[in-house]
Design a protein around this ligand. Structure first.
Ligand SMILES: NC(=O)c1ccc[n+]([C@@H]2O[C@H](COP(=O)([O-])OP(=O)(O)OC[C@H]3O[C@@H](n4cnc5c(N)ncnc54)[C@H](O)[C@@H]3O)[C@@H](O)[C@H]2O)c1
Length: 449
């Protein structure tokens, strides 16, 4: 028995010795080989970069110039191998579970199951970021008509997150505590694309969401719009103003169906005791806006970034007031969790003419674009400015992000989007940073973002 043990020991020691010798021998070979000069290393680096940028790595060892430098060829090969290995590592990294932003932990008492319809859209995805960061369980329902998976891709796979491909015109049976009902095309080209579908989404879809809220006892927030005021005769618009909408104009499919959506909410509130919140959202902008939705901010930024003329429809004297998306998200969450059930305007009262917007964006982006005028659009409201006294009073809410800072963030986003050339590039947007923007501004920590 003892002899066997001794033999095992000897065998292990011999194997170890062999291994050490082999390593030492290879190492000495490596260190004794000619060390290339700095110029040679720089030359090979340069070649490797050139071939990898042009997708011709395999030519590296065949290049005539590389052949002249025989001793460098081995270095070429090594570099090539390293490059290949790096690429394989990237591929593997792509497959292993992702890292998620650090979300808050809520106990079962405080954690809510929250449904966000239209959560893959522009506003919805920012709302999802905020709710996820707060530690809630979030279910996104979207038919991807104008939304994109990419807007929420950084949460896919997270234990608190679920994405459901579903059209809200069809009933939905799930269990939730709160609903943010945002699903609806929101910009003129999108809602005019299929007016009947827009009406169905805002009527039948809203009935489905209110019905769900009734069944499971959830509270529901309806994303209404300043368009319920139409082309207003009252300025600024307060919630008590009933509006001035053309019921058969090109915008009617959206304006009127949103008005019905509000009526439905209050009918379910009164008749079925559903807890409803109604947010009348004014023009909002920020990263993840659609690049082809024809809205003023995205249009102007994209035209400026691509060196095209910046087009103003009409005189340019018509006014708009734009709020940055993180301000809106803050207002939506405050409203949902308040005990106030009448409609609340959420918008930025800082009013500018369209002409002013054009020159702010023109100056910020630089470039050679000219500002030009085209014919006015039909039923284009002349003035739009929210009166936010109610939001301030009942929610303690007001927008914080100044126009210049918001525009700067949005320009950065579109610049990155224009540079993007691959589908697989991960969404660079950082929800932590976005959530912190408003917080930092409200604490006076940030002056420039
Ligand atoms: N962005 C603004 O300036 C603004 C202003 C006023 C009101 N709103 C309202 O806010 C909400 C969100 O607007 P947004 O700017 O994020 O628009 P968006 O188009 O980016 O988002 C809407 C989302 O709803 C989804 N959707 C549309 N129809 C659907 C259906 N039938 N079933 C399921 N999903 C559907 C879309 O795919 C998209 O993801 C909308 O209700 C809009 O009316 C927005």
């Amino acid at each position: 028995m003892k002899t066997v043990k001794n033999m095992k020991k000897w065998f292990t020691s011999l194997t170890l010795l062999g291994f050490v010798l082999a390593v030492t021998f290879n190492w000495s070979l490596l260190v004794s080989s000619k060390k290339p000069s700095d110029e040679e290393v720089a030359y090979v680096d340069d070649k490797a970069r050139h071939y990898s940028e042009t997708g011709q790595e395999r030519l590296l060892s065949l290049a005539p110039s590389a052949k002249v430098h025989q001793d460098i060829t081995s270095l070429d090969e090594a570099l090539l191998k390293i490059k290949n290995l790096e690429q394989r590592l990237k591929d593997i990294e792509f497959r292993i579970p992702k890292k998620y932003p650090e979300v808050n932990f809520l106990t079962f008492k405080d954690r809510k199951r929250i449904l966000v319809t239209g959560g893959a859209g522009f506003v919805g995805s920012h709302l999802v970021d905020r709710l996820m960061m707060e530690g809630h369980e979030v279910i996104v329902v979207d038919n991807f008509f104008t939304g994109r998976k990419r807007n929420v891709e950084h949460w896919i796979g997270h234990e608190n997150f679920e994405l459901i491909h579903h059209d809200i015109v069809n009933p939905l049976y799930i269990e939730v505590d709160q609903i943010y009902h945002l699903a609806s095309p929101a910009s003129p080209p999108h809602y005019m694309y299929n007016p009947v579908k827009t009406i169905k989404t805002n009527t039948v879809g809203t009935i489905n969401m209110l019905g769900l809220a009734k069944r499971v006892g959830a509270r529901v927030l309806i994303a209404s719009t300043s368009e319920v005021y139409g082309d207003p005769e009252v300025h600024p618009q307060t919630e008590s103003y009933w509006g001035h909408v053309n019921p058969i104009g090109p915008r009617a499919c959206y304006d009127e169906s949103k008005r019905v959506s509000e009526t439905l909410a209050y009918s379910y509130g009164k008749q079925e005791n559903v807890a409803v919140r109604v947010a009348r959202i004014f023009n909002t902008y920020g990263p993840r806006m659609h690049s082809n939705d024809g809205r003023v901010v995205s249009n102007f930024i994209l035209q400026a970034l691509t060196g095209q003329d910046i087009t103003i429809y009409g005189s340019g004297k018509q006014t708009r007031s734009f709020q940055y998306v993180s301000d809106l998200v803050d207002g939506l969450i405050k409203l949902q969790n308040s005990n106030y059930s009448m409609p609340v305007n959420l918008g930025n009262p800082d009013e500018h003419t369209i002409e002013e917007f054009a020159s702010i964006i023109h100056d910020m982006v630089g470039g050679k674009s000219h500002i030009i005028h085209k014919d006015a659009m039909e039923d284009d409201p002349q003035r739009r400015k929210p009166d936010i006294t109610r939001a301030n009073h009942v929610l303690g809410w007001q927008p914080l992000v100044p126009l210049q800072q918001g525009i700067k963030k949005t320009v950065e986003y579109f610049r990155r989007e224009l540079m993007r050339s691959k589908h697989s590039e991960r969404n660079l947007h950082d929800p932590v940073e976005a959530g912190n923007l408003r917080k930092a501004l409200s604490n006076g920590v940030l002056t420039d973002v």
